[in-house]
Ligand binder design. Structure first.
Ligand code: CA
Length: 227
């Protein structure tokens, strides 16, 4: 899951980036509201964490623009003080929750998880493909009732493929969603991870689900023949 943090205070921004990355999220950051809005319009984020007072464009204005362009990613506001007006204004403008600084990281994580569970109409919590079950909320996967023991990256990769069965995903698309790095920096990383994932998801079973599409990428498909 990809998260955007917009915070002009370097210390808080670095703290959030590190903590969220350690918790398995892919994290993008911006230090002003204008850059934050550009990123939020460009990428698909599972959640946005926004400081209210930001240079160039404040958090409220960012959310207003985002909603006006039809983006519905949940937003968690960070407010500098326990100001009731801030909260009310943020919630009126389409923020989904707020947290007063200073906050405990565990609290932020709990709020984010709860926010990201909210849109079940768009993203089902569990996807099932030919005996493979991926529970996105509990971050668990099984095949034919057998639990698959996956690392957090392996799970993220499987979850991405399982959400779009039959769609070929390019290596670039996969890297952007699963790793926080520039594709050119290590083109091999996806292939290596797919190989590891196949060992757990496909090798013990007769029917193969993860397929390589030469020159295009990877697809999770129960009906495709390996070629
Ligand atoms: Ca600020």
């Amino acid at each position: 899951m990809r998260v955007l943090v917009v915070e002009d205070e370097k210390k808080t921004r670095d703290f959030l980036r590190r903590g969220l990355a350690e918790s398995g999220y892919v994290v993008d950051t911006a230090d002003d509201g204008e850059t934050g809005l550009d990123l939020a319009l460009l990428n698909d984020y599972g959640c946005l964490v926004l400081d209210v007072m930001l240079p160039r464009r404040d958090g409220w204005s960012l959310v207003r623009e985002l909603r006006a362009s039809g983006r519905h990613a949940p937003v968690l506001f960070l407010t500098a003080r326990d100001a009731v007006d801030d909260r009310v204004r943020g919630l009126e403008l389409g923020a989904d929750d707020y947290l007063v600084k200073p906050f405990a990281f565990s609290e932020l994580l709990a709020r984010l998880r709860s926010l990201m569970r909210r849109p079940p109409a768009l993203l089902p919590d569990v996807t099932a493909v030919a005996g493979l079950t991926v529970d996105h909320t509990r971050r668990k996967a099984s095949r034919d009732g057998r639990t698959l023991h996956l690392t957090s990256k392996e799970f993220a990769l499987l979850a991405l493929l399982a959400r779009r069965p039959g769609d070929v995903l390019s290596r670039t698309q996969i890297v952007e969603q699963v790793w926080d790095m520039n594709f050119d920096s290590d083109a091999n990383v996806v292939d290596v991870a797919i190989r590891r994932l196949r060992r757990k998801v496909d090798d013990p079973f007769a029917r193969k689900l993860i397929h390589t599409v030469r020159g295009a990428g990877y697809v999770l498909d129960a009906d495709r023949e390996e070629g």
